[in-house]
Each structure stands twice: as C-alpha cells, then as structure tokens.
Design a binder for this molecule. Structure first.
Ligand code: HEM
Ligand SMILES: *[C@@H]1O[C@H](CO)[C@@H](O)[C@H](O)[C@H]1NC(C)=O
Ligand SMILES: *[C@@H]1O[C@H](CO)[C@@H](O)[C@H](O)[C@H]1NC(C)=O
Length: 313
C-alpha cells in the first residue's frame, strides 16, 4: 500500500495553481529535488497554524524532467500534453515541468505556502503560470453552473478513479496523472444565450443542477456527455476534477482553471478529443464557442513516499 499525496481533499474556498519550468543544470535539479521532498513538511508547518483551514499541496512533475528530477521508473503513460486541433478551438500544449496545486479554506494559507515555495525554489525554476482561484457561491464556475457534481464520492470510488494500482503500473503505484488547462471565457457572448441554450450546452439545469437526458446519437451532445468515457464493455471511467474560477472583472478576465486527476491518462485525453474534435467529429463541445484554452500541461503526482524520498542522496 502506497499512500497518495493529498489528491482527494476536495474543493476549498481558495486554491493556487503554480506551473514552473526547471532550469536544466545539475544544481537546479538538485535544489528542486530537495524542495519537492520537503513540500509535505512545509505544508504541515503552515497548516498547524490553523488545522481547520485544510491546507494541502499536491506536487506534479512533467515528462521532460521526470527522469532527471525523480530518478524513478517512468510512469507508463507519461508524455507531454498532446495538442488537439479542433475546428473551433485548439487545445494547446504549453511548457510545464512542475505543478503545485495548493488548496485551503483560507487565501492567506495558500499565499504563505506559495511564498515559502518561491523562496526555496529560487532561480532553479522559471514561472510559467500562477493562477489564484476562488470559490464562487455554491461551487459554480463563472458560466454560472455548479462544477464538480459528477466527481466520484467516497474513498474507494475516488481511489478507483485516480490512484494507480500494482496491476496498472508497478513502478508508479499510489500516483496519479494530472492534466491542467487554463480557460478564458467570453462571458458577454455566453450571457447573451438563454438559460435553456446554456443548459443544453452543459447538459444540466442551471439553478438546481439536474442532469438532462443525453442527445440521440449523431446529434449535438452536451459537455457532460462528451466528457463521459466508456470502454467497449460499457465500463465508465471517472476522473477527479477540482476546477476553480479565477479572473478580474476590471480587466475583463473571466476564467476556469481546469484540473483533473486520473489513474489513466488516456481517459482525460479521450475527453479532450471528444470535446475539441466532436463526437461525431464536427460537432465539438459548444462550451468551446465561449471558452479558449490558454495553457495545457500534463504531470504525474507520485506517491507521498516517492515524493519524500526525492531528497535522499
Ligand atoms: C471551460 C472549461 C470547463 C468548464 C466551465 C466545465 C464545466 C463543467 C460543468 C458545469 C459540468 C457539470 C457538472 C459536473 O458534473 O461537474 C462538467 C462536467 C464534466 N466535465 Fe467539464 N468543464 C470544463 C472543461 C472540461 C474539460 C477540459 C474536461 C476533460 C478533459 C471536462 C470533464 C468533465 C467531466 C468528466 C464531467 C462530468 C461528466 C459526467 O459524468 O456527468 N470538463 N464540466
Ligand atoms: C518546520 O518548522 C520547524 C520548526 O519551526 C523547522 O525547524 C523546520 O525546518 C520546518 N520545516 C520546513 C520543511 O520548513
Ligand atoms: C476540512 O476537511 C474535513 C475533511 O474533509 C471536512 O470535514 C471539514 O469540513 C473541512 N473544513 C472546512 C473548514 O471546510
């Protein structure tokens, strides 16, 4: 049994998403190994200042630096985020060697953890993106819909969806693939739609979040249908999403930071293809008529024990 990092802490009021590239010198890689191994302790030191704030941090490591930074076996499916070029939008692939997914009920605790990380990482890394997310009412995205409802619930369903087992990949047990994408919304155009039109795009009702029926085969499918993945025998593959709204009204910036943890990378990639290319091809996810991805990166979050061992010489 290999415990995972705190992947399953659920949505909090506040979250910070940090993506860095690692400078490829021996000293930078050494420094990064030391900092990554101490993340659980840094988080613990801050979290004891208010244990009720549920501060956690998950570390993800990208394909490009996996071998040098971890010296662990390569997770079987790990590769960079593959661009998906659709008719309306392209799911672009952007640089990212390290991901820190910081969550807490208190913004100040996220801030403090980020401050200490930045100080310790120093010039071994280069910032690619920092996004500060917040809870919007009852966990709604900025399109106005409750986001996260279909997530697996309960320890066993969650670990089935996110945690790599011995039989999946014996060198990566207790870890998860993590995919992130930062989206900007055209809220003005979205708000020009009727509530019924918006509901048809998402596949749920807006006020009370009730699932709508799937469209017939060959018809335009809702987001929730395109994002439902089944294998040939009808088994459904769930992922764990912890999306957060972010933005700045004065700058006209309204976004969703998408983050999904999965036991199988192919499941998230299949969702991406169904959304961007459409199913059937040509009928892409209409969310993309109002949402543009500006980042896209894939990481692997190793087990807690593997992470802590990175500091060993
Ligand atoms: C613009 C960005 C996105 C927004 C605003 C968004 C929003 C939503 C909302 C409101 C729901 C319905 C409630 C729920 O079950 O959580 C949903 C469902 C879902 N979304 Fe997204 N989503 C976005 C992007 C993505 C992407 C890129 C993926 C995967 C690659 C994805 C995967 C899913 C899945 C798996 C479900 C649950 C489907 C089900 O089983 O019912 N979403 N999303
Ligand atoms: C945690 O706090 C203790 C006591 O202040 C300190 O000695 C230790 O270095 C801290 N650990 C980390 C990883 O910051
Ligand atoms: C912290 O997490 C626990 C366990 O998931 C939960 O029961 C509790 O409500 C959370 N605390 C806050 C302040 O949300």
């Amino acid at each position: 049994m290999s415990a995972s990092q705190p992947v399953d802490t659920g949505l909090t009021r506040s979250a910070t998403f940090l993506v860095f590239s690692v400078l490829r010198t021996d000293s930078s890689i050494q420094a990064v190994r030391r900092v990554l191994s101490s993340v659980p302790d840094i988080a613990k030191n801050i979290s004891i200042r208010d244990v009720n704030a549920n501060l956690t941090c998950v570390v993800g490591i990208g394909s490009r630096v996996w071998d040098s930074v971890t010296r662990l076996p390569r997770p079987a499916e790990l590769h960079p985020f593959p661009e998906v070029r659709g008719a309306k939008q392209t799911a672009i692939s952007t640089p990212g060697d390290l991901l820190f997914h910081i969550r807490a009920e208190r913004r100040d605790m996220c801030f403090e953890l980020e401050r200490q990380l930045i100080e310790k990482l120093g010039d071994a890394v280069q910032l690619e993106d920092e996004t500060v997310g917040f809870r919007y009412f009852d966990a709604r995205d900025l399109l106005g819909f409750v986001d996260g409802t279909a997530n697996p619930v309960g320890a066993s369903d969650v670990s089935d969806a996110v945690m790599i087992s011995e039989s999946d990949d014996s060198g990566a047990v207790g870890g998860s693939y993590v995919v992130v994408q930062k989206y900007l919304h055209d809220l003005k155009a979205w708000r020009a739609l009727s509530t019924e039109q918006q509901e048809a795009i998402i596949g749920r009702t807006k006020s009370d979040n009730v699932e709508l029926d799937d469209a017939d085969d060959g018809q335009q499918q809702a987001h929730k249908t395109l994002a439902t993945i089944e294998d040939a025998s009808g088994n459904e593959y769930a992922v764990l999403r912890d999306n957060m709204p972010f933005g700045s009204p004065s700058a006209g910036q309204y976004g969703t930071y998408f983050i999904a943890y999965s036991r199988h990378l192919w499941v998230v990639e299949k969702m991406m293809e169904r959304m961007f290319l459409g199913n059937p091809p040509g009928l892409h996810d209409r969310i993309l008529d109002f949402s543009t991805p500006i980042t896209g990166s894939t990481f692997f979050a190793p087990s807690l024990r593997s992470l802590k061992a990175l500091g060993d010489e």
